[in-house]
Ligand binder design. Structure first.
Ligand SMILES: Cc1ncc(COP(=O)(O)O)c(C=O)c1O
Length: 450
């Protein structure tokens, strides 16, 4: 092994795949093998690889102003333009934008701005945040505390109590419904659990509820249709802010500009953006809050003399220039409408796997999808560990497609938004072959629970 400490990797694992270059929807390894990028890198390379206009935008900005910052009175036009553009796009009222470098640090910034805001409003006790089981919000100490996945907590002594995270149900009907419970019954039960949590803790102590409109890294959970209208009613009843983590669902991934639109979240108070914001070409994120929240933060900052939060690379000019170009291309080429159309085709084709003996559920929206492999198709019994999911993921890789096993045994699909129906057909063909190989493996090893 080399000297890298690999992120989100089994450190005892010795096998790596060296990716050397990318072009369009494909990447190539150092032996010349070609792979369809079925996960858009890490859910981010919306416009694919080797995009000449993004490369040109990078070069131009590098030559003009390779670095400058936004601290203490300095600014630059590309950051101003990008913030204006985002503010006009998002469904957040009079949106103000704070720039960061990753989804995780953007969520940390949100936590800090929430505290700043409620302190300014004279409500320092209103700092807790409700987050769901099986959610993914990143891995910095604070963001990992919001994340609801055991792997991100184990051995790190997380979550940190001081963050004040309250945990509520994952809205996953297939996995979490009780025997014979209807979808409506399921939603009513978990909404009632949420209300009981709020009453138990006291609404005056709860600042916000963070949701991924559709979860990504924890297995692509699409909540039942009535879920978000009931969530929104409850949050307004108790005066709790709705914080949409759109790090994966933002910018056309679900076929609309934002996942909020797809799932019927009308006006989130806060939104976190990253990944597709720059099509993954440069690290950049945005923490978006309501304008009046920002207004409230002005006075305390003037008392202290500074709003004491900011990164060296907040609003990095090259990252901003690439993001601006990305947004321009999204608009000019109607990329979201394309994603909606090809995404509908992808969902239709993925649903064919419902018939496969290993598949318990096919789910998704737009160009985001997952198929969950199960040990017993009739009962939906999950495999006890991630071995089968990993086998299927590796089979896909050997057959020429990159994907990811998430939440144990779900295979995730999240190709670049620019793919065509022919790419989707290729993706389905590789998946079908890989699932059959996985079924062989599972059968030979007696892993099915029949
Ligand atoms: C919904 C969501 N929030 C936050 C993050 C963290 O982003 P990053 O890996 O850029 O820190 C991710 C990453 O996958 C994500 O999916």
């Amino acid at each position: 092994m080399d000297t890298i400490i690999y992120p989100t990797t089994n450190l005892a694992q010795t096998q790596t795949l060296t990716i050397e270059r990318g072009d369009g929807a494909y990447v190539y390894d150092n032996k010349g093998n070609k792979y369809l990028e079925g996960l858009a890198g890490l859910w981010c390379t919306a416009l694919g690889y080797n995009h000449s206009e993004l490369i040109e935008a990078t070069k131009e900005q590098m030559s003009k102003l390779s670095y400058s910052h936004l601290f203490g009175g300095k600014t630059h036009q590309v950051a101003i333009d990008l913030a204006d553009k985002l503010s006009a796009m998002v469904p957040v009222d009079n949106a103000k934008v704070f720039f960061g470098n990753s989804g995780s640090d953007a969520n940390d910034s949100q936590i800090k701005m929430l505290r700043y805001y409620f302190n300014a409003m004279g409500k320092p006790e209103k700092y807790k945040i409700i987050a769901r089981e099986r959610s993914y919000h990143g891995v910095t100490v604070a963001a990992a505390s919001l994340t609801g996945l055991p792997v991100n907590h184990a051995h790190f002594d997380l979550p940190f109590d001081a963050i004040g995270v309250l945990r509520t149900d994952a809205p996953h009907y297939f996995r979490n419904a009780r025997p014979n419970e209807s979808e409506t019954g399921f939603v009513d039960r978990i909404i009632n659990n949420l209300e009981q949590l709020i009453l138990r803790e006291g609404a005056n102590t709860i600042a916000a509820f963070i949701v991924e409109p559709i979860t990504g890294a924890s297995g692509v959970i699409v909540p039942p249709a009535q879920y978000y209208s009931k969530v929104q009613a409850l949050l307004s009843k108790y005066d709790i802010l709705l914080w949409a983590d759109e790090v994966i669902t933002g910018f056309g991934r679900t076929g609309k500009a934002f996942g909020c639109e797809t799932v019927g979240i009308h006006q989130p108070d806060m939104m976190t953006l990253a990944k597709q914001l720059s099509s993954g070409y440069m690290p950049i994120s945005a923490s978006v809050i309501r304008g009046d929240m920002y207004e409230a933060m002005i006075e305390p900052s003037s008392k202290v003399g500074v709003f004491g939060h900011g990164y060296t690379y907040s609003g990095h000019p090259v990252a901003c220039a690439v993001a601006l170009k990305t947004l321009e291309i999204f608009e000019r080429d109607n990329v979201f409408a394309h994603a909606e159309k090809v995404g509908a085709y992808m969902q239709k084709r993925l649903s064919e796997f419902n018939e496969h003996p290993l598949v318990g559920e096919v789910r998704g929206s737009g160009m985001l999808g997952a198929i969950e492999l199960v040990a017993n198709k009739n009962t939906g019994l999950a495999f006890s560990d991630g071995v089968v999911g990993h086998f299927a993921m590796n089979a896909c890789q050997q057959n020429g497609m990159i994907t990811r096993a998430v939440a144990g045994s779900s295979l995730a699909f999240c190709p670049p938004l620019i793919v065509t129906q022919a790419h989707i057909d290729e993706m389905i063909e590789i998946t079908a072959k890989s699932l059959d190989q996985t079924l062989d493996f599972v059968t030979k090893n007696g892993l099915l629970a029949v």
